[in-house]
Design a protein around this ligand. Structure first.
Ligand code: ADP
Ligand code: TPW
Length: 572
């Protein structure tokens, strides 16, 4: 803030830069993930000077992913700050991914001069960013007057977290940031968002309908999605599962809402329960591709759904929903709990529970046989067994996971014990969230993070190892190094010098990368070495990377998504 003399009267003035920071702080936002340059360098400097945390990245997509996961963990929008056009576009993938996954975040981007951009006169980093952003987020706003910054940020916050959470774009032209405004006027223009995500109570008749359906169910199942984890209604969700006695399945990011070791978890009998159940209660999970759209062979016998979701249009998106329960998960589950006693719902038949228990036992025994093997080199199972055993001792650790085989196997082998501790490729199956999520989770929780990464997946954000070292974050990255995308064995059929499209440099030493920035590198070729390195890395609290050597023949193409991977039928 400075004082200027106008007609010999001194007036306190402030400017757009200060107002943006004031507006964020006014709404208890204390961290910005971003990457500096024209026109937002001073905004980042000022944020730091004014006591906010600015975490600077090497690529905007990773900053955006960090913001998105911070939003998911806290129910407050994560903030990503980027420069115009190319920086904005780099951040846009993360914004779109956040929207797809229902994570609240705000991408704030500087932009070039409106009058030049709109006449397409070729400005520095010219782009009509607002219109580019629109299809990829819940809402997109531009602020042109300093006095509107307060309301602009308030609208962005409310849009990100109310209803179905998602990404919001906020466009701040360079001229706006430099605009001056009288300080008192500026102060009065700030808006504190009250009750940003108001409770949305389900209609009583919807609750009754759902309870009536459950009462008649013979083979009920509860399916928990990441919306349930996001809602932070942990105690009620657990009470609902335990009081009804209904077996449940967690989607990958809902793992840990109840500990994976819980007696009612049906994860080890997943295919069986999906096919056999007659009434399925979806709690914050969409019937998208991850759930085979609620139909077909996966779902076997005909069934009826209760669906709890805050978005009314999610109902009947793929199949008919017999009992839609529209509202926030806390309120909906609370209402179901309140109605349980009066509804006369008994515990599920012992026949149903017995059949599940039997299936679980069989499948667990099969898995144990796979996990107990010790092939040389390691395969996914032996490496993950060793990680699973170490992480048992750290129930509150944050786990980031991406890759194809590395994702599929880790999801089923590594147990989660607490809610909102597992962050992965999510709804899109996107590669590249690794280091962004790891940094976002470490900064937000202040707790250690372990990132289990396919070697290809890691490459998308690997340069952020420098960021991890710069901020001295307790992140241990484990690279499952099998020399390529899915596996490392493909050959170029022409015999030419180029390797096959899926193949990387053989025997790369990813551990050397982190050493360049002062982090600790480990090279692990056996489950024992891997366990030792992981224990040491977590205990040190320092940035570390373990290059885990995996048999290059071990993976399958596309992991478990072979059915979605078209193959040329005309192979010669
Ligand atoms: P998963 O991938 O784990 O199956 P999805 O991302 O498909 O989960 O589904 C999450 C669902 O949760 C979305 O449809 C979203 O609208 C819903 N949701 C998110 N937050 C809440 C909330 N607080 N209350 C109710 N529904 C929510
Ligand atoms: C943004 C396509 C899906 S999985 C994968 C790619 C490139 C990497 C698999 O190899 P990795 O794992 O990580 O070594 P593993 O365990 O099988 O050896 N670009 C984006 N997203 C996706 N999903 C892809 C490409 C893909």
């Amino acid at each position: 803030m400075e004082t200027t003399m106008t007609h010999n009267v001194s007036v306190e003035v402030t400017d757009g830069f200060h107002l943006v920071i004031d507006a964020l702080k006014h709404n208890d936002i204390d961290t910005i993930f971003g990457l500096v340059g024209i026109p937002i360098t001073d905004l980042a400097r000022l944020a730091q000077a004014e006591g906010m945390r600015f975490i600077g990245f090497r690529h905007e997509q990773n900053a955006g992913n960090a913001a998105a996961i911070a939003g998911y963990m806290t129910k407050k929008p994560g903030i990503c700050l980027t420069v115009s056009a190319p920086g904005f576009l780099n951040g846009l993938t993360a914004l779109a991914n956040a929207t797809t996954n229902c994570f609240p975040m705000i991408l704030i981007s500087g932009s070039s001069e409106r009058e030049i951009v709109d006449l397409q006169q070729g400005d520095y980093e010219e782009m009509d960013q607002l219109n580019v952003a629109r299809p990829h987020c819940k809402a997109a706003f531009r602020v042109l007057k300093a006095e509107d910054i307060g309301i602009g940020i308030a609208r962005a916050i409310r849009a990100a977290v109310s209803g179905r959470p998602g990404g919001v774009y906020l466009d701040l032209p360079a001229q706006l940031l430099a605009q001056t405004i009288e300080a008192g006027h500026a102060q009065r223009s700030l808006v504190k968002v009250i009750d940003a995500a108001p409770r949305q109570l389900p209609a009583p008749e919807s609750v009754e309908r759902a309870l009536a359906l459950l009462k008649d169910a013979k083979k009920p199942l509860i399916l928990l999605g990441k919306g349930a984890a996001y809602a932070q209604a942990d105690a009620d969700i657990r009470a609902f599962v335990e009081r009804t006695g209904i077996p449940y399945l967690p989607m990958s990011m809902a793992k840990g809402l109840l500990p994976d070791t819980h007696a009612q978890s049906a994860s080890a009998a997943r295919s069986f329960v999906l096919a056999e159940a007659d009434v399925v209660v979806l709690v914050g999970a969409r019937l998208n591709w991850l759930l085979a759209h609620g139909k077909g062979k996966t779902w076997g016998k005909p069934k009826q759904f209760v669906q709890i979701d805050i978005a009314p249009t999610e109902m009947d998106s793929n199949v008919a929903i017999a009992a839609p329960l529209v509202g926030d998960i806390g309120s909906c589950v609370g209402a179901l709990l309140a109605g349980l006693d009066g509804a006369g719902i008994d515990k599920p038949d012992s026949e149903w529970l017995g059949a599940i228990a039997q299936r679980k036992e069989q499948n667990t025994a099969k898995m144990a046989a796979l996990l107990d093997k010790n092939p040389v080199p390691m395969n996914f199972h032996s490496a993950l067994r060793s990680i699973r055993d170490v992480l048992k001792e750290y129930p509150d650790i944050n786990l980031v996971n991406e890759g194809a085989n590395t994702l599929d196997f880790a999801r089923s082998i590594i147990d989660q014990y607490q809610p909102r501790k597992r962050f992965d490729s999510g709804t899109w199956g996107i590669m590249g969230i690794g280091m962004g999520f790891a940094i976002g989770a470490a900064v937000t929780s202040g707790k250690p993070v372990v990132a289990v990464e396919g070697d290809s997946a890691f490459g998308f954000s690997g340069m952020e190892l420098e960021t991890i070292c710069r901020y001295e974050l307790p992140v241990t990255t484990i690279v499952f190094n099998n020399n390529g995308v899915y596996r490392g064995t493909d050959v170029n059929p022409t015999g030419g010098k180029d390797v096959a499209p899926t193949v990387f440099v053989k025997n790369a030493r990813y551990d050397k990368m982190i050493e360049a920035f002062g982090g600790i590198g480990y090279h692990a070729t056996t489950p024992e070495e891997l366990a030792r390195a992981l224990c040491e890395a977590i205990a040190s609290g320092k940035p570390a990377l373990i290059n885990a050597v995996i048999d290059e023949t071990a993976g399958t193409e596309s992991g478990r998504l072979t059915n979605l991977n078209p193959q040329s039928a005309a192979k010669k």
